[in-house]
Design a protein around this ligand. Structure first.
Ligand code: DQA
Length: 148
C-alpha cells in the first residue's frame, strides 16, 4: 500500500505563510505526522512539494509506475489554473483526494473553481492540516479494502 501526498506552490512556506489562513504547522511537521499514520497502518507514504507546475505533472506521471495506489493532493494555486495538473491526474487514472487547508468557498471568487474536483474521489477544505489526515485515513482504508 503506497500513498503519494503532493503539495503545490507556496506550501513550503507553511508555518510562516499567512498563519491565520493556513495554520501554524510547517510542511515538514505535517508530512512527518502523515508518515507516522501510514507507518502505523503498514503503508508507505511518499511526499513531494513543488512550486513548479511541470514538476508536479512529472511526479503525477511517475506515480503510474512507482507503486502508488492513491494520491492526496493540495494543488494550492494550481487548483484554480492548471489544466495540465488535471490532465496528468486523469492520465494516470489513480484515485485522488483534493485537500485545501482553508475553505476556498469562503474566500475570493477566483478560488471557488477547481480544475480537479470533478475528477476527485472527494474534496476536503477548511479543516486545516486535519484535512490531510482525514484524506490519508480514507486512502488507507480504501487501499486496505482493495487488498482484502
Ligand atoms: C490552498 C488554497 C488555494 O486557493 C491557495 O492558492 C493555496 C492553498 C489551501 O490549502 O487552502 O495556496 O490550496
Amino acid at each position: 500500500m503506497q500513498v503519494l501526498v503532493l503539495h503545490g506552490p507556496n506550501l513550503n512556506l507553511l508555518g510562516t505563510r499567512e498563519p491565520e489562513v493556513y495554520g501554524a504547522q510547517t510542511l515538514a511537521e505535517i508530512d512527518a505526522e502523515l508518515g507516522a499514520i501510514a507507518a502505523d497502518a503498514g503503508a508507505k507514504l511518499l511526499t513531494f512539494q513543488s512550486n513548479h507546475e511541470g514538476a508536479l505533472v512529472d511526479r503525477i506521471q511517475a506515480a503510474r509506475t512507482d507503486g502508488t495506489g492513491f494520491i492526496v493532493i493540495n494543488p494550492a494555486a494550481y487548483t484554480h489554473t492548471s489544466v495540465a495538473v488535471r490532465d496528468a491526474l486523469a492520465g494516470v487514472a489513480l484515485p485522488f483526494i483534493e485537500v485545501h487547508l482553508s475553505n476556498i468557498h469562503r474566500r475570493e471568487p477566483f478560488r471557488h473553481h477547481s480544475y480537479l474536483s470533478d475528477l476527485a474521489v472527494g474534496v476536503i477544505c477548511g479543516l486545516g492540516a486535519n484535512g490531510y489526515r482525514l484524506a490519508l485515513h480514507h486512502a488507507l482504508q480504501s487501499l486496505g479494502a482493495a487488498r482484502a
